[in-house]
Every structure is written in structure tokens, then in C-alpha cells.
Write a protein that binds this ligand. Structure first.
Ligand code: ADP
Ligand code: MG
Length: 252
């Protein structure tokens, strides 16, 4: 089983009458429980790829499967429902609602879920605020929290729906190095404890070093696929549809 499978996906944007090819022929599959970094320079297509996996946007062509379900042809309502049940989001700028407390922010995505009772909502809010170490800050508003604490709230919010996938678009980009490391370590602990798949984008080598799978994108195409076991990366360079093994080499 694959948690995410992407087959020959292209994504074009129209900018005025100009076509921008953001992704070109992406084919990938991941098993549940991976801790995957999507790396690449600014403008390479990382956010576009995350948005497609997160069913926030649809490909121009090609297919995407989430938990082996083909999501092409789904209505916007069906996609929203799939997101609300399956995918947690973490953003570079945290995206918390400023007028809500930490606890209310964590609760927020659960309000759309009619199958989750108020009692269960409260239980999950308490549980996940505890997991991210913020029980004492439940009543604080985002502007009363540090950047690292805000990202912890965002992690708890992403987890509250009990997602099979958490997508994080440059989750450490607005944090200092030490705080970024702590956030990554927390994500990794959660990944290990719950077997939740984490897919995060970054252009920070130190963040990439914490992943166990790597997809490097350049100019909308996959340039390197990597798998890490213990401390060693096996990297496979992708060239014009062919794979060239480069075992044991390191990500530079
Ligand atoms: P990254 O996240 O790696 O910085 P993006 O996925 O945001 O890259 O962007 C990939 C390419 O698509 C870039 O050339 C970018 O300018 C373009 N792009 C992204 N979003 C849009 C959009 N909404 N409209 C037009 N072009 C876009
Ligand atoms: Mg981006």
C-alpha cells in the first residue's frame, strides 16, 4: 500500500497569457510512516507538489492517489472532506487564527467534523497540546507565544484530526536554528510514535539530514531520490526518465 502515489503529474499555472510549467512529469510513491523531505531551491515546485498531495489544488494532468484512492474527478466538496479526515497541514508562517487561544486553534479543524463529539474534541485538544508540551499555554493567544510555541500549536492542530499524512511547507523557515531543530525533532518523535507520514519541504541541509526519505526537485522535475538507513543515504539521480544509482553518496 502507498500513502501517496503520484503518476506522471504535470502542473501548469497561467500567468496572464504565459504558461508556467511548475511540475513536469512527476512520478513517486511512498509507503505509510515515511519522514520525507522535499528539497530544492526556491521556485523549484515544492509548494506546488505539497498543494497537490494535500488536495488543495489539482494537477493539469496525471494522477494522484491518497491511501490508494484516485482523487482525480472528485468534487471540491469531496476533496475538502478527504482533507478534513486525512491530511494535517503545517505552514511556514504558522497560520494560526490570532483571535483564538492555542486550544481553540487546535480545536478549529475539528469543528467541521460532525462525527467528532464536543467531548472527544476537548479530549483531543488536551491530548495533543500535551504532546507538543503546551498544556500550560492552552489559553494563550498566538501573539502571546514564541515562534517555536506557535509552530507547536500548529503541529497539535494538524494532529487533532488524526491524519494519516501531515504536510509541512518549510516548517522551520521562520524559526531560529535551535528552535527549528526542536520542531523537527518533535515531528520525528510523533512520526515514530504514531507512524504518521510526514512530508515536509525545505531548502535547509540540516533539516534534510533529519529525513529518512528525500525527493529533490529542480525546475519542476525530480533530480534525486534518496533513502536513508542508519546514517547513510542511498541516492539515485534521475536523468531524463532514467535512474542512475549513486549508492552511498551524500546529499550535497
Ligand atoms: P517552491 O515552493 O519550490 O519555491 P513553487 O511551487 O511555489 O516553488 O513554484 C514553482 C513555480 O511555479 C515557480 O516558477 C513559481 O513562480 C510558479 N508559481 C507558483 N504558484 C504560482 C501561481 N499561483 N501562479 C503562477 N505561477 C506560480
Ligand atoms: Mg514554496
Amino acid at each position: 500500500m502507498s500513502v501517496v502515489r503520484i503518476e506522471h503529474v504535470y502542473k501548469d499555472y497561467l500567468l496572464g497569457d504565459q504558461k508556467v510549467q511548475a511540475l513536469k512529469d512527476i512520478t513517486l510513491a511512498f509507503e505509510p510512516g515515511v519522514f520525507l523531505a522535499i528539497a530544492g531551491p526556491s521556485g523549484s515546485g515544492k509548494t506546488t507538489l505539497l498543494n497537490l498531495i494535500g488536495c488543495i489544488d489539482v494537477p493539469t494532468s496525471g494522477k494522484i492517489y491518497i491511501n490508494d484512492m484516485d482523487i482525480s474527478g472528485k468534487t471540491p466538496d469531496e476533496l475538502a472532506d478527504l482533507r478534513n479526515r486525512t491530511i494535517g497541514f503545517i505552514f511556514q508562517t504558522f497560520n494560526l487564527l490570532p483571535v483564538l487561544s492555542a486550544a481553540e486553534n487546535v480545536e478549529y479543524p475539528l469543528l467541521q467534523r460532525k462525527d467528532v463529539s464536543p467531548k472527544e474534541r476537548k479530549k483531543r485538544v488536551d491530548y495533543f497540546l500535551d504532546i507538543v508540551g503546551l498544556s500550560r499555554y492552552a489559553e494563550h493567544r498566538p501573539n502571546q507565544l514564541s515562534g517555536g510555541q506557535r509552530q507547536r500549536v500548529a503541529i497539535a492542530r494538524a494532529l487533532a484530526i488524526l491524519p494519516s499524512i501531515v504536510l509541512a511547507d518549510e516548517p522551520t523557515a521562520n524559526l531560529d536554528h535551535k528552535t527549528g531543530e526542536e520542531i523537527l525533532s518533535l515531528m520525528k518523535q510523533i512520526n515514530r510514535a504514531f507512524n504518521t507520514t510526514f512530508i515536509f519541504s525545505t531548502h535547509d541541509k540540516r533539516v534534510i539530514a533529519k529525513a529518512d526519505r528525500l525527493v529533490r526537485v529542480e525546475d519542476g522535475q525530480i533530480s534525486i531520490l534518496g533513502v536513508r538507513s542508519d546514517a547513510k543515504w542511498s541516492l539515485v539521480r534521475q536523468r531524463k526518465g532514467r535512474s542512475v544509482a549513486a549508492k552511498g553518496t551524500r546529499e550535497e
